[in-house]
Design a protein around this ligand. Structure first.
Ligand code: PMP
Length: 404
């Protein structure tokens, strides 16, 4: 009833820390691209858990794999081997065209792991003394919320009163190759890595100019600097290819994966790289109680198998073309700009038509759930299993809201 929704929201407000500002919908169940609230109202999910739900809510294969594993063993810790771990690492490494995998749980943990690994690799392979390593990152990045990762954030809200920060992260404008070259050449001996999202998700689905990623790849290779691609949000089918780096034919030195790797069932993340890079991690130097646990590995193994079919990438590419074709004519009609690739779009709303939050609330009233980003942007990133008619219906709702 309406009262149970109110009660749930009141309890969340009273006892949950206010570190999010959720839309006033209380989800009780979900299937595919649809969620149902406690009152039985249905909503089309155009956020997909920030791309954790690429394969849809309660994807059958993932639920079956999880249930089967629940009946065997869920957690061993890495103190012992378990029978899913090696297979998971081997399959994921192969999907990435890499050699080794270091599993963690969340995206932030995996980026932290990549940062620590790159610094140690710099010491081993380039002789960068402790305390001197530089990792170049981009303006408006989002890599996670730990103290070190907000140290390289340029979002004042994320940083405010959370310092002191971790040093060693020069920042360059995203998409500016000359600035990247200058930052690399400011201290090439001490620069161990460039850390980039191949498409910036939280910034509002910002696609870099053509040639940028390929240029960064060339600059880093020439200078023996690692290219770390944070594909936590862009990877595993979201952009119409397995990895967003593929759009420029780029193979980074390190992939950071998360979100969709656990299919929205388990938190699963990973750093995937060469033996030379991940081989610098020795026993006892880094780890996680839950990283690489049997339940996570069982689910992620199924995710890798599904990604390997190519089916989700194809859906994202085909439906994404449709999405962007439909969004294009809205420019000048309530929309200022549209960016993105595949089933992933950042839509800047004309201020005269309301804030991103207001548009999100009005879409919610019409049964469509999106996420506002900053003041003026909404993000569209449905599960890749969304039906074509459902997607078209959601766009009808957006057009209606903009016309109101
Ligand atoms: N990297 C990127 C590119 C992300 O989009 C996110 C989450 N939005 C993260 C890292 C952090 O992931 P998590 O929330 O699982 O820590």
């Amino acid at each position: 009833s309406g009262r149970s929704a109110e009660r749930a929201i009141a309890a969340a407000e009273a006892h949950g820390a206010h570190n999010y500002h959720p839309l006033p919908v209380v989800v009780a169940s979900a299937e595919g691209a649809w969620m149902t609230d406690v009152e039985g109202r249905r909503y089309l999910d155009l956020l997909a858990g920030y791309s954790a739900l690429n394969f849809g809510h309660r994807n059958r294969r993932l639920i079956e794999a999880a249930k089967a594993q629940l009946d065997r063993v869920t957690l061993t810790s890495r103190a012992f081997h378990h029978d899913r771990f090696g297979a998971f690492c081997a399959e994921l490494a192969e999907l990435c065209g890499m050699e080794m995998v270091l599993p963690m749980n969340t995206g932030a943990e995996a980026v932290e792991t990549a940062v620590k690994t790159a610094r140690k690799w710099g010491y081993r392979s380039k002789g960068v003394p402790d305390g001197r390593a530089r990792i170049i990152a981009a303006e408006n990045n989002f890599h996670g919320r730990t103290t070190t990762l907000i140290s390289l954030s340029t979002d004042p809200e994320a940083r405010a009163h959370h310092g002191p920060f971790t040093p060693g992260f020069p920042i360059v404008p995203y998409g500016d190759l000359a600035a990247m070259e200058a930052a690399l050449d400011a201290a090439p001996e001490e620069t161990v890595a460039v850390l980039l999202e191949p498409i910036q998700g939280e910034a509002g689905v910002v696609v870099p100019p053509p040639g940028y990623l390929a240029g960064v790849r060339e600059l880093t290779r020439e200078r023996n600097v690692l290219f770390i691609a944070d594909e936590v949000q862009s990877g595993l089918g979201r952009t119409g290819t397995t990895f967003a780096c593929e759009h420029e034919g780029v193979v980074p030195d390190v992939y950071v994966l998360g979100k969709a790797l656990g299919g929205g069932v388990m938190p699963v993340s990973a750093v995937v790289s060469s033996r030379e890079v991940l081989g610098v991690q020795r026993p006892g130097e880094h780890g996680s109680t839950f990283g690489g646990n049997p339940l996570a590995c069982a689910v992620a193994l199924e995710v890798v198998a599904m990604v390997r079919t190519g089916e989700f990438q194809r859906r994202s590419a085909t439906l994404g073309e449709l999405l962007h074709r439909e969004l294009g004519p809205l420019i000048g009609n309530g929309v200022r700009q549209v960016r993105g690739r595949g089933l992933w779009a950042g839509v800047d709303i004309e201020p005269s038509h309301g804030t991103g939050r207001q548009i999100s609330e009005r879409l919610m009233d019409r049964g469509v759930l999106v996420k506002d980003t900053h003041d003026a942007t909404i993000r569209i990133a449905p599960p890749l299993v969304i039906g074509e008619e459902d997607l078209m219906w959601a766009l009808d709702q957006l057009r209606a809201v903009l016309a109101e």
